[in-house]
Design a protein. Structure first.
Ligand code: NAD
Length: 370
């Protein structure tokens, strides 16, 4: 079986509880609960596999509504118009998408195109005066990310990254416990995320469209997870790459181990791969306790336990909570749970350093001043 599909099969569509720690009360509300009066009107740009997953998940949203679509393939737009009740006037292609600025019925565009197109597409959407939600990895590097943040600031629009784990109940609970000091002083983090990549012709293996390999695609979860497991920002990075299939992974990284040093002295030991399965875990251990999530970053069901026993958080559709969460942040001026463009930049600075360390044979890259 295609291994990406294998990875994706871990999803769950259940929506359960009504109150999730750290999230607004609507989050996880039952499918029967009504739509809120105010709606964030969303267009999806890039109608591929993940864009479709988001569209399906949005059927259960209470505060966000799918109203538009951007695609280079007319037949996909036709299908989406039928399937998601999208009016013709809210459909665009990549050539005329800038005209979205004249459309008062769209508030936000969710950029779900291949990684290396995010920079261009976010700049286009910001220039059109619409809020932007952009998929991870935010861009190819920190330089592009800074340009995207600056463009959104200049246009006066909000810029968020699709870091869905920040809306996920087990992850929220882990962050709550860490912030409440329930683990005591954090001593170590061990995170990894990877899967065996399938189709050798996919864009994910082409540097020009993917920007990089496993590190960019799923290593970012281990990295972002190290930041929310510690509540600190790394000050140095070391990294090593192994490439067992130099033909398939000619253009992008296959397997990377990386270590992040934090100001407290904690070292997060992290890994990512495109060449084997069963590699997904977040583990944080402190002087008084620990938490382990596995699966920790895929669609779930996320499972976890701590020093207190099994975690019993509800199983949710991540994308439904994320889209309702983004709507609540924008419509009701709520603080965001570390999913801003600035958070994407913090990750990209580390990703740049991971690749720099590899180029320099594992040298320690200091992050201060980067
Ligand atoms: P995909 O290949 O299924 O879809 C990509 C879409 O972009 C396609 O509809 C394709 O037609 C379109 N596209 C536009 N210009 C293109 C070009 N020049 N070349 C190729 N395709 C082009 O990919 P996907 O899995 O949907 O991934 C899209 C983005 O979503 C990526 O940035 C990926 O990292 C992200 N993603 C995030 C998650 C998550 O859990 N947050 C999961 C999967 C993918």
């Amino acid at each position: 079986m295609d291994s990406r599909r294998d990875f994706l099969q871990k999803l769950s569509f259940g929506i359960g509880a009504t109150a999730i720690s750290g999230l607004p009360a609507y989050a996880g509300a039952s499918c029967a609960s009504p739509k809120a009066d105010k709606q964030l009107r969303v267009a999806i740009m890039g109608l591929g596999s993940y864009g479709t997953r988001v569209a399906e998940a949005m059927k259960d949203c209470k505060m966000a509504t799918l109203v538009g679509a951007v695609s280079g393939t007319p037949s996909k737009l036709e299908t989406w118009k039928q399937k998601y009740n999208i009016p013709e006037k809210n459909t665009y292609n990549y050539e005329n998408v800038s005209k979205i600025k004249d459309n008062p019925d769209i508030d936000l565009v969710y950029v779900v195109t291949p990684n290396s197109l995010h920079h261009k597409h976010v700049l286009q959407i910001a220039a059109a005066g619409k809020h932007v939600l952009c998929e991870k990895p935010v861009a190819d590097n920190a330089k592009q990310t800074r340009e995207m943040i600056a463009a959104c600031e200049k246009a006066g629009v909000k810029f968020y990254i699709g870091y869905r784990m920040h809306f996920e109940p087990h992850t929220r609970e882990l962050i709550r416990m860490r912030e409440a000091g329930e683990f005591g002083k954090i001593m170590h983090v061990n995170n990894y995320m990877g899967f065996k990549s399938g189709d050798p012709n996919q864009w994910r293996l082409k540097k020009a469209l993917a920007g990089g390999g496993a590190m960019m695609d799923v290593g970012i979860y281990a990295l972002n997870g190290a930041r929310y497991a510690t509540g600190e920002e790394p000050i140095w990075v070391t990294a090593q790459e192994s490439k067992t299939d130099p033909v398939k992974f000619k253009e992008v990284d296959e397997t990377i181990m990386f270590q992040l040093g934090f100001p407290s002295g904690v070292i997060a030991s992290c890994g990512t791969t495109y060449n084997f399965n069963n590699y997904e875990r977040l583990y944080v251990v402190g002087e008084k306790g620990f938490a382990e999530l596995s699966p920790a970053f895929s669609y779930g069901p996320i499972k976890g336990h701590t020093h207190l026993g099994p975690m019993n958080q509800p199983v949710v559709t991540h994308q439904t909570l994320q889209m309702d969460g983004i709507a609540d942040i924008i419509l009701n001026n709520k603080p965001d749970p570390n999913v801003s463009g600035a958070e994407g930049l913090k990750d990209m600075i580390v990703v740049d350093a991971v690749y720099e360390s590899i180029r320099k044979n594992g040298a320690k890259i200091m992050l201060t001043g980067k």
